[in-house]
Design a protein around this ligand. Sequence first.
Ligand SMILES: C[S@@+](CC[C@H](N)C(=O)[O-])C[C@H]1O[C@@H](n2cnc3c(N)ncnc32)[C@H](O)[C@@H]1O
Length: 199
Amino acid sequence: MDNQFWNEQYAAREYMWKSAPNQFVEQHLTELAPGTAIDLAAGEGRNAVWLAGRGWQVRAVDFSDVGLDKGRRLAADNNVEVDFICADALTWQPDDKVGLVLLSYLQLHQADRETAVRRGASWVGPGGTFFLIAHDKTNLANGHGGPQDLDLCYDLDETAALVENAGLKIQTAEVAKRTVQTDDGERTALDTLLIGTAS
Ligand SMILES: C[S@@+](CC[C@H](N)C(=O)[O-])C[C@H]1O[C@@H](n2cnc3c(N)ncnc32)[C@H](O)[C@@H]1O
């Protein structure tokens, strides 16, 4: 899926995933002391804007200019500053390490997915946090929604190994259940949730 695909998705509706942060981002990052953060594949900026509202200095990187424009509007509506950067997550490189790297539902095929996770984990500075939430492979058979291509989904153990190999200590590694409201009632989506920290 290239940036044209995502531009069309974002142009077609108001907010694809609402303007509130992802529930696991809110649950796990509320207590974290603010510092510098990179939201890689930030989309419409829901998580970046929430972090900025909590005092984080956030760079929100995505290759969809339509998504980022919506993020800019969301930031303005919330009176926060976010540095929105239109770039490819697989090649963009920060010139410094940060306190938090966030990957939220970045959907890539295996080789690119591994590259993105490795690179993101390598940007976490001492004492910093790597946070990943994404569609888990088990969601296809046992969960609701998300990509129906297994290769775009995450395997918990494989992803944890990548994060560990980048030198981070795994703090949380689980398949998390997310409740989704549908026209047919509540459904459960299964997400890979990984939190690693750098010493
Ligand atoms: C499912 S959306 C998630 C957006 C956001 N992280 C969130 O949770 O609301 C996936 C995002 O990844 C972005 N993306 C996919 N591949 C990318 C790449 N190679 N470089 C930059 N952004 C990419 C898309 O443009 C899209 O905004």
